[in-house]
Design a protein around this ligand. Structure first.
Ligand SMILES: Cc1ncc(C[n+]2csc(CCOP(=O)(O)OP(=O)(O)O)c2C)c(N)n1
Ligand SMILES: [Mg+2]
Length: 372
């Protein structure tokens, strides 16, 4: 597996490597990995309590997300995440509360005003985070188009697009890589290979030696990195982003990791994968590994660790307390948020909705039931 040291030897990425992470940065990476895991586990609890409909945990993959986000430049780059990158949002400065408002689809859900599935975040600030879309791989050509636009306008940023191993089987992956290669677009493709696409293991997904090698056919260099090593991911993604910003073209990065939990709160992975496999990957837990490194460097001890965990728990519980009691967005907002000026048809539909509400009253169902 490619480590930081090997990335430093890679002639393609070496000239663009970010400076080594300072002690302070390393502690921030660790803090945000803890916050991400705490948030994820609490969302599962809320879903099991029937308070939210759905969640997608990223336990085991935190290093991929924090490492990648740490070299993203929100003021110039664009992010096209998949549905498992909540850690990136936290590391880029999105308050936990904003994530939780979206999970409850309440009136403070700023990105989608309660009209998206839970987990389908979108933010304009602090990161240019383009809305997650459910159809797999569709974000890939979006990111390439965005990168091409930046290139044509002479902007300095790059696009970073995240997707899973299963998403490499979509047409979006292949058309995205084709055009990125042809245009030398400033885009970094980050494939989290977490071993599974719901119940489909990687060996049934592809006969390729790796996912990274697929880039070769498109003229896009590919790199495999240890996705459970936050510093290795940071180096690989950081170097690829900088290379893209400087006109060097696209890179495909495969971060090898593992999905410890279910695909989503609707999934029971015990039905299709051996427990021994999970236990093996738990030995490579990205948080535990980073704790060991920080401990060896004298940056972390058990009382600091407990303090970070307590703070993360308090932060998430406070966000849940703030978000849970809020009502959904006002129904009228579905007419107000679409066009700057309402068309006669919208005015008519709004009047029709009002008269329906007068006749039947508004539904008060909020039992968390969800059709997935
Ligand atoms: C085009 C399309 N096909 C199927 C699905 C259903 N689906 C949702 S997530 C998923 C698995 C994706 O696996 P992967 O790309 O490896 O990402 P991971 O969930 O492992 O992070 C599937 C098949 C979908 N959302 N879109
Ligand atoms: Mg996967």
């Amino acid at each position: 597996m490619t480590t930081s040291a090997e990335i430093a030897q890679n002639p393609l990425l070496a000239p663009f490597l970010p400076p080594p992470a300072s002690d302070e940065e390393c502690l921030r990476f660790y803090r945000d990995m803890v916050r991400t895991r705490t948030y994820d586990r609490q969302m599962i609890v809320l879903q099991r309590q029937g308070k939210i409909g759905f969640t997608i945990p990223c336990e085991g993959e935190e290093a991929c997300h924090i490492g990648a986000a740490s070299t993203f430049r929100p003021e110039i780059d664009w992010l096209f995440p998949s549905y498992r990158q909540q850690g990136m949002a936290l590391h880029l400065g999105v308050p936990v509360e904003d994530l939780v408002h979206q999970m409850f689809n309440n009136e403070k859900d700023a990105g989608s005003r309660g009209r998206q599935m839970p987990v389908h975040f979108s933010f304009v600030k602090p990161a240019r985070w383009v809305s997650i879309s459910s159809p797999l791989g569709t974000q890939i050509p979006h990111a390439v188009g965005c990168a091409r636009a930046m290139q044509m306008k002479g902007e300095k940023g790059a696009a970073l697009v995240c997707f899973g191993d299963g998403s490499t089987s979509t047409s979006g992956f292949h058309s995205g890589l084709t055009f990125a290669g042809v245009w030398k677009a400033p885009v970094v493709f980050l494939c989290d290979n977490n071993g599974w696409a719901i119940s489909v293991p990687t060996h049934k997904q592809t006969a390729s030696a790796s996912f990274a090698v697929k880039g070769r056919a498109y003229g896009v260099p590919g790199v495999v990195v240890d996705g459970n090593d936050v510093l290795a991911v940071r180096d690989a993604v950081g170097a690829a982003l900088e290379r893209a910003r400087q006109g060097g073209g696209p890179t495909l990065i495969e971060a090898v990791t593992y999905r410890i939990g279910g695909h989503s709160s609707s999934d029971d992975p015990r039905r299709y994968r051996p427990e021994g496999e999970v236990l093996q990957w738990q030995q490579r837990d990205p948080l535990a590994r980073f704790e060991t490194l920080l401990g060896e460097r004298g940056l972390l001890n058990s009382s600091m660790k407990k303090d970070l965990e307590d703070r993360a728990r308090d932060e998430v519980l406070a966000a849940v307390d703030a978000a849970a009691p809020l009502p959904p967005p006002p129904l009228d907002s579905i007419f107000e948020d679409v066009l700057a000026q309402q068309t006669p048809r919208l005015v008519r539909q709004r009047a029709e909705l009002r008269s329906e509400l007068e006749r039947h009253g508004r539904s008060t169902s909020a039992d968390g039931a969800f059709p997935l």
